[in-house]
Design a protein around this ligand. Structure first.
Ligand SMILES: [Zn+2]
Length: 503
């Protein structure tokens, strides 16, 4: 039974002025202060999430965590508070006073910006792990029989219905939200009709997460890519004051990409493109570079096997680079160009790519990027290279996973750091957990020790979406059944046998 309630019913103890006055009537000032403190504190043991977070004027004080702001002007704090008002961060610092705020105790937690994924094909959520051992395409070299182009794009993607698109997008979004990835650029090549596009957007919106909707190609007579981009932009993305934005897809291996680029530029939205050397794209890439087609609005994904000329043009244009390091390593895109990117002075963002082949959590992303770069540099040093580049640090890869992701999606004015005035997309990571304690180095613990189970609390635009390890406002068993139903349809329609132990 709750001591604060006279009726014994469990309830949230948010900041209610009326309740505060009722509680304090007839008791002394000191007791009143104590009562207010107790009333506004959501204890670590409570399963009740603070209510109405993110609403205009609603104040939440995240108190006493180790704060990794990722903003050098704000700095880091061994122990400090983050004050959130409405959807925004109001202040970051030690011992903030905010008497009317609900307090979230963050002692033992790391408080940092949510992760930003700059390339994820969420339509494949129902196909998770199907292609765990597969390659990108059959390049005629060994091991290419089961591959992404033949199965995922060639068989599965073509049979998606709008309802499949919706549940895949929604479930994939919620899964990443649970893992502390508060923003995604979704790239789903299932725009077989305007209804498919609408379903993708609805899935992203219903998840209540920040998302850039990537408008890419589809197949069949009803496909309206790229022309439908104008309708989509007008209908869904005319406001900048919302969680979702739009990115244009412009794959240079598809005929007619010039038109997609032109529409994207006309609409003033970023243009994302897969650039894969092993898929023979270096020549077209350099041709576009020579023609002066690159801009700061370009997001180049993978960049494996590109020429020095192509890299220089990318740098000169101020284009962004998104690396999907685990996928590039396992699916034969070529060696992830982390050394080259940094050598060119281009700070990459990170992306999860496809869950048919690899998990979409960001601890895997950061750890893979850190260990690959260090392996390459360490081997160069052992081989006698006295000019080997600096070793990446855990803070570096957190920067790729937050600040650079936000910059890539043109959202750095809104998110990516814990900076007063920015929107409150942040996560609380449990540094008291059995796989992390005792805490001795904050960025190191995040990158080298943590996993998605350590994501305790997640906030998007000030709204608490995960609380004490549990996603809020979702019926996951129901959604999982819908995803399984979609999965069963997709395998059946694609004519692919689901074999749990396929070799
Ligand atoms: Zn991709």
């Amino acid at each position: 039974m709750c001591k604060l309630c006279d009726d014994g019913k469990p309830r949230n103890h948010g900041p209610s002025r009326r309740d505060f006055l009722k509680t304090t009537a007839g008791v002394g000032a000191a007791a009143a202060a104590t009562a207010m403190f107790a009333q506004n504190t959501v204890s670590a043991q409570s399963m009740d999430a603070p209510a109405n977070t993110g609403a205009p004027g609603r104040r939440v004080l995240i108190r006493g965590g180790a704060v990794l702001s990722m903003d050098s002007a704000v700095g880091d704090f061994t122990q400090a508070d983050v004050l959130v008002e409405g959807s925004r961060i109001a202040a970051v610092g030690p011992n903030l006073s905010a008497d009317d705020a609900t307090v979230i105790e963050a002692d033992g937690m790391i408080v940092m910006p949510g992760f930003v994924d700059t390339h994820h094909h969420q339509f494949e959520t129902a196909l998770r792990s199907f292609l765990a051992d597969g390659l990108l395409f059959n390049d005629g070299k060994p091991h290419g029989a089961v591959n992404y182009f033949d199965y995922i794009l060639g068989k599965f993607s073509k049979v998606y219905r709008p309802e499949d698109v919706y549940i895949n997008e929604l479930f994939g979004s919620l899964s990443q939200l649970d893992a502390g990835v508060t923003t995604v650029l979704d790239i789903s090549q299932i725009h077989h009709s305007p209804e498919h596009s609408d379903a993708a957007i609805k899935g992203l919106v219903d998840a209540g997460r920040r998302a850039a909707f990537g408008y890419f190609e589809g197949w069949g007579d009803a496909a309206k890519y790229p022309d439908d981009a104008r309708r989509i932009k007008r209908q869904y993305f005319s406001s900048t004051d919302q969680l979702t934005t739009m990115v244009m897809g412009g794959e240079i291996y598809l005929p007619g990409y010039e038109k997609a680029w032109a529409i994207g530029r006309d609409l003033g939205i970023p243009i994302a493109v897969h650039i894969v050397g092993s898929f023979g794209m270096a020549e077209t890439f350099d041709k576009l570079a020579k023609a002066g087609q690159f801009g700061a609005d370009n997001i180049f994904i993978h960049m494996t096997g590109m020429t020095d000329f192509g890299w220089q043009a990318t740098k000169d244009a101020g284009a962004s680079v998104s690396l999907a390091v685990p996928i590039e390593m396992t699916m034969r895109h070529g060696m992830p160009p982390i050394i080259k990117s940094l050598e060119m002075g281009i700070q990459p963002s990170l992306s999860t790519d496809v869950e048919c082949t690899m998990t979409a959590d960001f601890f895997t992303q950061m750890r893979s990027t850190l260990t690959l770069q260090r392996a390459l540099v360490n081997q160069a040093a052992l081989s006698g290279d006295e000019d080997s580049p600096a070793l990446l640090t855990s803070r570096d890869v957190i920067r790729f996973a937050t600040v650079e992701g936000a910059r890539t999606l043109k959202l750095d004015g809104k998110i990516g750091t814990l900076t007063p005035g920015k929107e409150a997309d942040l996560i609380l990571l449990d540094a008291t957990a059995i796989n992390v304690a005792p805490l001795n180095h904050v960025p190191g613990a995040v990158v080298t020790l943590m996993e998605r189970n350590n994501v305790d609390t997640v906030m998007v635009a000030g709204k608490v979406r995960k609380w004490k390890g549990r996603l809020l406002d979702v019926d996951l068993p129901k959604l999982r059944r819908q995803l399984e139903t979609s999965r069963d349809f997709l395998f059946d329609a694609a004519g692919v046998k689901r074999d749990l132990f396929r070799t």
